[in-house]
Design a protein around this ligand. Structure first.
Ligand code: FES
Length: 102
């Protein structure tokens, strides 16, 4: 059953930036882009770089190590859309960022 958990405060992530936060047994990358927040597994499925350290362009994050690109909204890997990394629905309540875990 899905569960909503607080991952961070909105003020923890300046506009245009991203941060990684621990959540249960993993790290979650949270992006603050164009007044929206996005959450995805921080662990790049290629060799494990932190996707929060990547750069964002046109709705995608490029991994800082080898530039694999993933869509922020659904985690699709642009070079092979059959592969995705986990993303998590985000809601904001007051100044808290909630993500929904499966
Ligand atoms: S570790 Fe992310 S593309 Fe290689």
């Amino acid at each position: 059953m899905p569960e909503k958990v607080i991952i961070a405060k909105t003020s923890d992530i300046p506009p245009g930036e991203s941060r990684a936060f621990p959540c249960r047994d993993r790290m979650i990358a949270v992006f603050h882009i164009d007044n929206q927040f996005y959450a995805m597994d921080d662990f790049c499925p290629h060799q494990g770089a932190s996707l929060a350290g990547g750069w964002v362009h046109e709705g995608c994050v490029a991994c800082p190590w080898h530039a694999w690109r993933f869509r922020l909204d659904d985690g699709t890997w642009l070079d092979n859309p059959k592969i995705k990394t986990d993303t998590f629905p985000v809601t904001i309540q007051n100044d808290d960022i909630y993500i929904e875990l499966p």
